[in-house]
Design a protein around this ligand. Structure first.
Ligand SMILES: Cc1cc2nc3c(=O)[nH]c(=O)nc-3n(C[C@H](O)[C@H](O)[C@H](O)COP(=O)(O)OP(=O)(O)OC[C@H]3O[C@@H](n4cnc5c(N)ncnc54)[C@H](O)[C@@H]3O)c2cc1C
Length: 460
């Protein structure tokens, strides 16, 4: 089997790259997805909260050497996403959501239309109803929006599910990817380009298994180093998140599309230039993590999750062994930043959540605080709780970051998303984020898929 373009990973970005490349009837495209049934990766099971990244986030990417990735230049690609993916603003029908918004405005946090120009360009303290990538009650995942129905796919696009790419085959003389090996023992030949879209954990894993990464680590794993690229697997970023949960006085309203429909952004620290904490408001008890530690829970409850939206700590992804069946070794290093920014924002986030809930619109819904409980008051007590109950918001990114590959030795891909030192290998997924964006990343990941496909087609 041989194809012009082979895409490793049919997830959020991968489906988009594949479908857009296949719009050219003169090329052949193969999308390889490890999952057994549906494609779309995390976009097929996430919470469908849809955000365009604030301008300052993307303008920072540009400043760091990602040319053509500033807010203005990327808008065209967000718009291409919105040709396929519907954004629906949550209507103000749920009285508990409205009580949250009213309580925010009671402490002078203005309500804003999320993803409006004012939101994107000013990005300051605000609250509001979320936009969701749904049509009616159906999620607009990458697979639904770009691939389905599979029976109508163009004949030049082959989709292989239940197939894991185990290694990229690279000709060391030319530094060209000539093919990919799969767990089904196939060698799928690459005629033009290979695009890795396996996500922020599995993209660095696949590169490392293929001999691209820090030489020392590869040597330790008994893998022949083809390209010593220090940045592969470094710079792991996320939005570390914690929760505060209240039992509700009243039954939970059922006017919902899903149970997370409102949000807040706030600058808690005087030294922060922009909002440093984000809240999601949930009309349910988000108690998965807290249950592990024995906190009480109730069915009739609501939650505020607070996350450090510009966390300073950085983790890494490495291999456990040279066997592709072994999951990668992930070390998130939450709260490890020397400045203690992440810890400080967490503590401030919990206090702000309580302050908002003390306002009369929400206060009347409160029967009691379930988690962490009102007895937790001092900064030390709050921190002990946050350290225990914090978890991932599943927004992992940055492990093959984009940047100026000529002067930043931790940059893995250039502005064209091309892996430094390999002629025909690109990466398109959240692993290329140079820095974290302050909002939920799925739509930005889709934008990366659109821009990647466009850059490849321009090179054709
Ligand atoms: C539970 C959850 C809730 C979330 N909620 C939101 C939200 O509401 N809003 C938001 O903006 N973001 C949300 N996110 C984050 C967002 O969905 C992700 O950041 C984004 O979808 C990641 O896209 P990706 O293309 O980088 O990776 P993925 O979508 O994970 O795609 C990677 C794909 O590659 C496949 N793969 C991996 N290795 C291989 C291999 N070796 N060979 C072949 N295939 C391979 C995987 O099976 C997967 O399908 C959420 C994430 C999770 C997990």
């Amino acid at each position: 089997m041989s194809y012009d373009y082979v895409i490793c990973g049919g997830g959020t970005a991968g489906c988009i790259v594949a479908r857009r490349l296949a719009e050219n009837p003169n090329v052949t495209v193969c999308l390889i997805e490890a999952g057994p049934s549906d494609e779309g990766g995390c976009s097929s099971h996430n919470t469908v909260i849809a955000f365009i990244a604030p301008a300052e986030n993307l303008d920072q990417w540009e400043q760091l050497g990602a040319h053509g990735w500033n807010s203005k230049a990327t808008r065209k690609y967000y718009n291409k996403v919105f040709e396929k993916v519907n954004l629906h603003t949550v209507p103000p029908l749920n009285p508990l959501n409205q009580a949250f918004i009213d309580s925010c405005t009671a402490v002078n946090i203005p309500q804003i239309e999320m993803n409006s120009d004012a939101f994107i360009n000013e990005f300051s303290n605000c609250c509001g109803y979320l936009q969701l990538n749904v049509t009616g009650l159906d999620r607009c995942s990458s697979s639904r929006s770009y691939l389905h129905p599979i029976s109508s796919l163009p004949s030049n696009l082959t989709v292989l599910t239940n197939t894991t790419v185990t290694k990229l085959i690279i000709d060391q003389q030319t530094m060209i990817v000539t093919g990919v090996l799969t767990n089904t023992n196939e060698n799928i030949k690459v005629k033009k380009e290979c695009i890795v879209s396996s996500g922020a954990f599995d993209t660095p894993k696949l590169l490392l298994l293929s001999g691209i990464g820090p030489a020392q680590h590869l040597q330790k794993m008994n893998i022949r180093c083809i390209l010593n690229l220090e940045g592969v697997g470094s710079n792991l970023m996320d939005h570390p998140e914690c929760v505060i949960i209240w039992e509700s006085n009243y039954p939970l309203p059922d006017q919902v599309i899903q149970r997370w429909e409102a949000a807040l952004f706030f600058k808690t620290q005087t030294y922060s230039i922009k909002p440093d904490v984000m809240f999601h408001f949930g009309t349910e008890a988000y108690d998965i993590q807290n249950n592990l530690f024995g906190y009480p829970s109730e069915k009739q409850a609501f939650s505020i999750t607070f996350n450090v939206n510009q966390a300073k700590s950085r983790g890494h992804v490495q291999l456990r062994s040279n066997n592709y069946l072994d999951p990668p070794q992930i070390d998130c290093q939450y709260f490890a930043d020397e400045q203690k920014h992440d810890k400080t924002v967490m503590i401030a986030g919990l206090k702000l959540a309580r302050k908002i809930v003390e306002q009369s619109p929400l206060q009347k819904w409160v029967k009691c605080e379930l988690s962490p409980g009102v007895q937790i008051q001092s900064d030390e007590e709050i921190w002990n709780y946050c350290r225990k109950a914090s978890t991932t918001l599943f927004h992992v990114a940055g492990t093959c970051k984009m940047g100026n590959v000529d002067n930043d030795n931790m940059a893995v891909v250039d502005s064209q998303l091309k892996v430094k030192g390999i002629q025909n290998l690109r990466i398109a997924d959240t692993s290329v984020f140079p820095t974290m964006i302050s909002v939920n990343p799925c739509i930005t990941c889709m934008m990366i898929g659109e821009k990647c496909a466009d850059m490849i087609r321009q090179d054709e």
